[in-house]
Design a protein around this ligand. Structure first.
Ligand code: AP5
Length: 236
């Protein structure tokens, strides 16, 4: 099962990815995480992405597309496409297959078209786009209150998911940080970029008939339960 988790910054894509990857045994591909790792390691990619991320702008398509190609190609041999899993042909044993979940990519029409070409080349299929919908006022509160453990990637929230000890990750013991781009003025720019450059993809995937719209409000467990219900309509 190959999924795309879609939605504005702060809708809970990273949070839901962590449920999905362990429940359905999927590989998680997050362009945001890949860029942040590159930034920490001071690689060429990190240097290229830094100024865009710091301003809350999208990293140019050419950089992102090259990155996805580099990441997806080597793992494609480990992911067998089982065709359209929503088809009525249940003779395909999809339980024996894993897949991937894209988080934060694609974000522009050019990225979506490049993804289509790459998937064709790798003989993979995107089975569903799960579109998480959350009110803008809730998004800002979620992002500004987010705290993360940089290395292990665990995500907290000062109000909705506080760690047991303030500022320390429960699981890894790392100090929790406030992402540079989670400051309110940068968040506004990220949301602008989303409305302008990313929302056209909703129509793009609706036309392909693989878009599933989900209410992203409520607790993370409630949202995940909705996702499982949707997946149960095309998974067995
Ligand atoms: P990226 O890292 O992809 O950020 P994003 O899409 O802006 O998404 P976020 O990580 O902010 O939010 P999320 O939806 O994952 O929410 P989360 O689960 O953490 O991208 C960062 C930057 O990289 C971009 O701005 C761009 O510059 C660049 N970039 C990345 N990909 C790119 C691309 N394809 N093209 C160009 N540039 C690209 O949840 C948020 C908070 O809410 C957390 O604290 C969480 O605990 C809390 N929370 C989650 N769910 C709930 C819930 N149900 N109830 C209460 N609280 C909740």
């Amino acid at each position: 099962m190959n999924l795309l988790l879609f939605g504005a910054p702060g809708t809970g894509k990273g949070t839901q990815s962590s449920y999905l990857i362990s429940y359905y045994k999927l590989i998680h591909i997050s362009t945001g995480d890949l860029f942040r790792k590159a930034l920490r390691e001071n690689t060429e990619l990190g240097l290229q992405a830094r100024s865009y991320m710091d301003r809350g702008d999208l990293v140019p398509d050419s950089i992102v597309i090259a990155l996805i190609e580099e990441v997806l190609s080597p793992i494609s041999g480990r992911i067998k496409s089982f065709g359209d899993s929503r088809s009525t042909d249940k003779s395909v044993d999809i339980k024996s297959h894993k897949g991937f979940i894209l988080d934060g990519f694609p974000r522009t029409l050019a990225q979506a078209e490049s993804l289509d070409s790459l998937l064709d080349k790798l003989k993979l299929i995107l089975d569903a786009v799960l579109y998480l919908k959350v009110l803008k006022s809730v998004l800002v509160e979620r992002i500004v209150g987010r705290r993360v453990a940089e290395k292990s990637g665990y995500v907290y929230h000062v109000k909705f998911k506080p760690p047991r000890q303030e500022g320390i990750c429960d699981k890894s013991g790392e100090p929790l940080i406030h992402r540079n781009d989670d400051k309110e003025e940068i968040v506004k720019q990220r949301l602008k970029a989303y409305w302008k450059q990313t929302t056209p993809l909703i129509e793009y995937y609706r036309k392909k008939d693989i878009l599933f719209e989900l209410d992203g409000c409520g607790s993370p467990e409630e949202v995940f339960s909705r996702i499982k219900t949707v997946i149960s309509t095309f998974d067995c």
